[in-house]
Design a protein around this ligand. Structure first.
Ligand code: UD1
Length: 454
């Protein structure tokens, strides 16, 4: 039986944000705007990728582990960074955001309660749990928000903390954790969860004795946080493998750290080149973080030239050929890139099978792609997409960051002007997205919105 996910109810877990302390007025205004995307452009030129959203927010949380001022550079100027700053301020930190630099001053006395309104606006806010438990041996952390991409439980985070000797319950919308002492332990994760690995790691660095996390996440962002923690005085072995060994230390000290380039944003530009038959040079991202992705795009017909650890060039001359995609934890094909795989397949020559193994609700994106004329259907966690020559413009709604960016790429390949609503999602993950696209030859306008329409 073929199953199309239900017609839209609430479009996302996070509603358009209201005023949040620390968010610049310009970013707030962006929340009721839409994009007009003119189809037909071939994207050419060079684009610079800055620090990874899914790294910087965790590095900011890690600053809670050391009294004093931690400096993080290469921060992306996206909505989630001031939101995370607000979360840290709510537990007593001073946060100064200055261009691409975040300076976080953590006091000796921290509050164990992280329940500010900003907590519900992003998933990464839950990453204050591990550091608070590590430092204070107790935490009350409001359940996080974030993209509506499927069930996002915290059982592995909680079980990990329990293995270290803490109690953990959900009370009144908060994770409540307490411990007399934290004792290193052997922890096996059911699934290599990024967030659970980070939270357990950040508690374990200050536990007594040795913790071994098996089936740990191996994402480059995990390696990045391990690098920063080691600079702060932590003792961690195995970063980038599925076994992390953490020897607890008494205290960490502040550091200065540069965030790794955003591989998901880098991949977005790669898909943009493949879909528009473009020629884009992407700088600021390690191409090895995208080995599998770039290989898939080669199969689709792109010519890809990686530069030594610093970027790549991608050129697509002909209509892309269909390719199958299967999402898996790193080094598999990232679930965050699944909307781009669907968008590419929708205009490719042939039929693609896309399998989603991490977040089932991500196929909701296909409903919006169908508005643009995509020939796609889903059956459980598989989608079959038959490529069409051209998409046709329509009003569509972004349901999360990557779905929003995927719709923009699809709009570039559609006849006419595609209106994309709820673009505040895109602003949560893509710094200067419209400006960068227009510089590459696209024609996209950010239009002041009528909130009733979206
Ligand atoms: C992070 C990324 C997100 C990405 C995802 C997977 C951030 C802010 N977000 O999310 O963009 O799509 O990794 O690469 O970094 N799970 C459980 N129990 C848990 C934790 C997770 O069942 O306690 C399940 C989830 O439902 C999901 C899978 O594990 O099916 C992976 O989730 P996880 O890796 O934890 O994703 P996040 O860290 O939330």
């Amino acid at each position: 039986m073929f199953h199309i996910f239900p017609a839209r109810g609430p479009r996302s877990a996070i509603t358009r944000p209201t005023k949040v302390a620390g968010i610049p007025a310009g970013m707030m205004a962006a929340m009721s705007e839409h994009f007009d995307v003119h189809g037909g452009a071939r994207l050419t030129g060079e684009v610079e990728v800055v620090g990874a959203k899914n790294s910087v927010l965790k590095l900011m949380a890690a600053a809670l582990l050391a009294e004093g001022t931690t400096t993080i550079t290469n921060c992306p100027q996206i909505l989630d960074v001031p939101l995370m700053a607000d979360v840290l301020r709510s537990v007593g930190c001073t946060v100064d955001l200055d261009g691409d630099t975040a300076r976080i001053t953590t006091p000796a006395e921290l509050s164990h309660r992280a329940d500010s309104p900003a907590m519900s606006k992003l998933r990464a806010s839950v990453c204050v749990l591990g550091p608070l438990v590590g430092r204070l041996k107790r935490a009350v952390v409001a359940l996080p928000g974030g993209d509506a991409i499927g069930s996002r439980p915290l059982d592995m985070h909680q079980n990990g903390l329990r293995s270290l000797g803490a109690t953990s319950t959900i009370e009144h919308g908060c994770v409540v954790a307490k411990a007399d002492t934290l004792q290193g332990a052997q922890i096996w994760l059911d699934f290599p969860s990024v967030g659970a690995t980070e939270n357990i790691l950040m508690a374990a660095v200050l536990a007594n004795g040795t913790t071994v996390i098996d089936n740990a996440a191996r994402e480059p962002e995990i390696v990045d946080i391990c690098t920063m923690l080691v600079q702060m005085g932590a003792d961690i072995e195995g970063a980038g493998t599925s076994t992390l060994t953490v020897h607890g230390v008494d205290a960490l000290h502040p550091t200065e750290h540069r965030v790794i380039g955003d591989r998901i944003v880098g991949a977005t530009w790669a898909f943009a080149a493949a879909m528009t038959r473009g020629d884009i040079t992407v700088r600021g991202v390690n191409p090895h973080h995208l080995d599998l992705v770039l290989d898939k795009l080669r199969l689709a017909g792109a010519e890809v030239t990686p530069f030594d650890g610093t970027g790549f060039r991608i050129v697509q001359e002909d209509r892309p050929k269909s390719v199958d995609f299967v999402t898996l934890p790193y080094p598999g094909f990232a679930t965050d890139l699944q909307p781009f795989a669907v968008a590419l397949s929708s205009i490719s020559e042939g039929t693609s099978m896309i399998t989603e193994n991490v977040y089932e609700a991500r196929f909701r994106f296909i409903e919006e792609m169908q508005r643009l004329g995509a020939d796609a259907r889903t059956d459980g966690h598989h989608a079959v997409v038959r490529g069409v020559e051209k998409l046709s413009s329509a009003p569509v709604w972004a349901s999360d960051i990557r779905a929003g960016a995927g719709l923009v790429l699809a709009g570039l390949c559609a006849d006419g002007i595609t209106e994309i609503w709820d673009v505040f999602h895109i602003d949560r993950g893509y710094p200067h997205f419209v400006e960068n696209l227009n510089r590459l030859g696209a024609r996209i306008e950010r239009v002041a919105g009528d909130p009733e329409r979206s």
